[in-house]
Ligand binder design. Structure first.
Ligand SMILES: C[S@@+](CC[C@H](N)C(=O)[O-])C[C@H]1O[C@@H](n2cnc3c(N)ncnc32)[C@H](O)[C@@H]1O
Length: 286
């Protein structure tokens, strides 16, 4: 790495000034992400991804937009040899949780609080880079991918997942929000699925210097259980939370009714099993 200890929150603030702040999270939000979203969706996705790819022996691997570090955590079980693992995320709160929940192993582990488009890393420092459901949130995608390309060694691989279709759960919530809350809230509910065209992503990878671009699809199922309270919790852990709460309890309950009403086909007892499809891209730095 080019300089100092980037796991310190203070080093992050300068970076933070230059980026879109819309994804800044509190420690409580990072904890709730780790306790709710990671077991429900991001851990199963990380496992499916690691089962679908080959990891480099004794490799140096960076996980970008690592969130609370599910990929680095699972890498300690999957990475052959000793290897080096680095997790990096824009949000210091995510990095704090990631550092705390990482098991002690023989791997060398570092954490960086940094914008993906400006990494404090040397050219060619890594054999593999992961981005699990991060690309859609980057304000400058070409700059981010060019920076990832820079820190990969020649022959190094990028492993990237991006949702390839809109989750029926979030579509149902969005449709109701459009009627009962606002167009903005409706858009925000499906925001994580807004950038999903595989051809566009492939072109972007090619334009930023990657070759041997291959894409497959992974399908995972996200449990929403118990149905009513988990639907409410999901909506109240969202970016449109304040706007929704301002509408009052009757509207919140009505949105829950609307959404659950159109999701019956996914019901298994007091659980909705929601299918979510993702692109899994692998691309090589020549
Ligand atoms: C949906 S979460 C995915 C987190 C993690 N990869 C996982 O699978 O749990 C998206 C992550 O992207 C991070 N992020 C958003 N914009 C970023 C940027 N410009 N640079 C680095 N990370 C960013 C957020 O802080 C958040 O942790």
């Amino acid at each position: 790495m080019r300089y100092g200890n980037h796991t310190q929150v203070a080093t992050f603030n300068g970076v933070n000034m230059s980026v879109d702040n819309s994804f800044q999270l509190s420690t409580a939000a990072a904890e709730s992400y780790e306790n709710q979203k990671v077991p429900a969706i991001f851990a199963p996705l990380a496992k499916a991804t690691l089962e679908a790819i080959a990891l480099p022996e004794n490799g140096a691997i960076i996980d970008l937009a690592c969130g609370t570090g599910i990929i680095p955590r699972l890498l300690t079980e999957h990475l052959p040899g000793k290897g080096r693992i680095v997790g990096s995320d824009l949000n210091p709160a995510m990095i704090e949780v990631a550092r705390r929940t990482m098991p002690e192993t023989g791997h060398s582990v570092d954490w960086i609080a940094s914008d993906v488009a400006d990494l404090p890393c040397e050219d060619g420092e890594f054999d593999m880079a992961f981005v699990q459901q991060g690309l859609q949130f980057f304000p400058e995608r070409p700059a981010a991918l060019a920076e990832i390309n820079r820190v990969l060694a020649p022959g190094g691989k990028l492993v990237l997942t991006v949702w390839s279709s809109i989750s029926p759960f979030f579509q149902a919530v969005s449709d109701s929000l459009k009627q009962r809350v606002s167009e903005t809230a409706a858009k925000q509910a499906v925001g994580p699925f807004s950038f999903r065209d595989g051809d566009v992503i492939s072109s972007l990878l090619g334009d930023t210097g990657f070759t041997d671009i291959a894409v497959t699809q992974l399908l995972i199922h996200r449990p929403i259980s118990p149905v009513r309270s988990a639907t409410r919790a999901e909506m109240l852990a969202s970016v449109y939370e304040k706007e929704l709460r301002a509408k009052g309890d009757a509207v919140i309950e009505a949105v829950i009714d609307d959404a659950i009403g159109v999701l019956e086909e996914y019901r298994d007892g007091d659980c909705l099993m929601i299918p979510q499809e993702t692109h899994l891209f692998q691309a090589v730095k020549p």
